[in-house]
Design a binder for this molecule. Structure first.
Ligand code: ADP
Length: 522
């Protein structure tokens, strides 16, 4: 009978230690350890105290005890010797403490044995087994439990490490998932293993679909700015020393069509033997930088072109007039000087426009508000332009009854100036230019229409952009910096109004702007 029991115990020990090493869930593992140990020693209940990172002991699992009573056993965890000396391991006054606890709770537990769960001298926890009746725990019992506790200690330690690592992994996954930059992680075969939320937003591939795809399918370049993409760079192995990332920039084709400008920094991850394990790609949306770059270079080319023409004319005429070997009759003199004056004016207004545009970037446009009668203002501007052109008939048909508005007269004049000078500039064959006005219940709307070249539909929304010049204008020889409508729009919007265009190529254009009307009528 006794032999049977021993053999059974040993087999049980083997089975259970196999099972223990396979279990990585800490709670399940502790339950398994406890129930096995309790059964092995023919006990009725058990506890496991675990040592936490701060060195204190907490009850990690219980067996055979009603859950609400478990905290009452906490006193058994006091005075655990942490310097593990297996043969002498003893918790002082353990039996008495148990006696007090069970007396209070009305439980029938009489015997207790406690053994350290340790790896070498590193104490991980303590295993307590209780008996409600029967004989005291013997030296044999302790020995069986000791070898089991050793096995259990290793399994528990592994499960704890595993738990810590998976918690860490979850944290990293969350960081990767929610970081504002796009993150792409590839395996050694350049297949996608991580594709985060920001990247989904950036290039449109659904994450579930991107996973497992090859890098080149998910990152298709429409246009490359840098010398090579990753595919050609890594042909025949990672091209750079491990510390050096690879930077690729260009326009990516998005999943649902269209492109997006991105810069990708690829960093390789090698194992100890120097084999490539992962490539981590950090994907940045650089649309803004690109736009800023483009604006800067357009600015330089527009400004240099626009400044050069008048300067060359002024210089040419001044040179001629200065010649000592010639005498100019007064008519030629006056004509030349008027060209110089005109060109100087043109320079002046270009400089004003540039200053306005740069001020606009820094802050909103300051306005000096007053009551403005638009009919009189339009008539004044129109009559100034009439002296400059013979081909165009400029008429103002704003009814006198049009309500006055509150606005900055100088700025509204600037808008009219820009619209009328464009109407002249972009109707080279001449024609009628009409400045009309009407009131709606909320706004006053002024329209400047011409019979000129018109604007193709695809350019109609772009004409209000900074430095935008129509394709034809860029190739033909009208001058302009592409700032007039940009400034007009800014001025109108500063008045809480809107500006828009209707146009047919070959038939003409009509630019309108609205200004909210003042409540009073005249
Ligand atoms: P700029 O005249 O200096 O080019 P604007 O901002 O005034 O700059 O105009 C931007 C573009 O809009 C022009 O280059 C031209 O292509 C188009 N545009 C403006 N007004 C007219 C118009 N009345 N008729 C046809 N095209 C126009």
């Amino acid at each position: 009978m006794l032999v049977d029991y021993r053999v059974q115990q040993r087999e049980y020990l083997l089975d259970i230690s196999r099972a223990l090493t396979a279990e990585l869930n800490l709670d399940d593992l502790l339950q398994m350890v406890l129930s096995a140990a309790t059964k092995m020693l023919v006990g009725q209940a058990g506890l496991i105290a675990l040592r936490s990172l701060d060195g204190n002991f907490v009850i990690g699992a219980s067996y055979g005890l009603p859950k609400p009573l478990v905290p009452y056993f906490q006193p058994l965890l006091a005075d655990i010797p942490t310097d593990v000396e297996r043969t002498h391991f003893a918790i002082p006054g353990l039996a008495e403490k148990l006696g007090q606890i069970v007396a209070r709770l009305g439980l029938r537990l009489q015997q207790v044995v406690a053994l350290p769960m340790a790896i070498g001298r590193n104490l991980i926890g303590v295993l307590y087994i209780f008996r409600a009746y029967g004989s005291r725990f013997t030296a044999d019992d302790r020995q069986i439990l000791a070898s089991f506790a050793d096995q259990a200690a290793i399994a528990v330690h592994n499960a704890q490490l595993y738990e810590r690592i998976s918690r860490e992994k979850h944290r990293l996954d969350a960081i990767l998932e929610y970081t504002a930059d796009g993150v792409l992680i590839l395996d050694a075969a350049y297949r996608v293993v991580v594709f985060n939320r920001a990247l989904v937003g950036l290039i449109g591939w659904p994450a579930a679909e991107a996973l497992g795809q090859s890098h080149d399918d998910v990152i298709p370049w429409a246009h490359l700015q840098t010398e090579m993409d990753m595919a050609s760079a890594v042909r025949g192995g990672w091209p750079l020393p491990s510390a050096r990332p690879l930077y690729v920039e260009g326009d990516l084709r998005r999943y649902h069509g269209g492109t997006v400008s991105v810069g990708i920094t690829y960093a390789p991850l090698f194992d100890v033997e120097g084999h490539l394990v992962n490539v981590i790609g950090n994907v940045r949306d650089i649309t803004r930088f690109r736009e800023a770059d483009e604006i800067k270079s357009t600015f330089v080319s527009v400004v240099s072109h626009e400044l050069k023409t008048p300067v060359a004319l002024i210089k040419g005429y001044a040179d001629t007039l200065m010649r000592e070997d010639a005498r100019w009759d007064p008519d030629v003199m006056r004509d030349s000087l008027s060209v110089i004056l005109e060109e100087a004016d043109r320079l002046n207004s270009l400089i004003d426009n540039l200053l306005d545009a740069s001020r606009l970037q820094a802050s909103a446009l300051p306005l000096e508000m007053d009551e403005v009668a638009l009919d009189a203002l339009a008539e004044r501007v129109a009559s100034r332009f009439r002296t400059q052109t013979e081909r165009h008939e400029i008429v103002v048909t704003i009814p006198y009854e049009l309500p006055i508005v509150v606005g900055d007269e100088g700025r509204i004049e600037q808008v009219l100036n820009n619209l009328i000078s464009n109407a002249i500039k972009y109707s080279p064959e001449g024609g009628r230019i009409e400045v009309s006005g009407r009131g709606t219940p909320t706004d006053v709307i002024i329209t400047v229409s011409d019979q000129g070249v018109g604007i193709p539909l695809e350019e109609q929304t772009r004409v209000f952009e900074r430095f935008f010049r129509g394709t034809r204008e860029r190739h033909q020889r009208t001058s302009g910096a592409g700032l007039g409508l940009y400034l007009a729009k800014a001025i109108v919007e500063a008045h809480n109004g809107r500006i828009w265009v209707e146009s047919d190529v070959g038939a003409g254009s009509a630019f309108s702007f609205s200004i909210p009307r003042k409540s009073s009528h005249r």
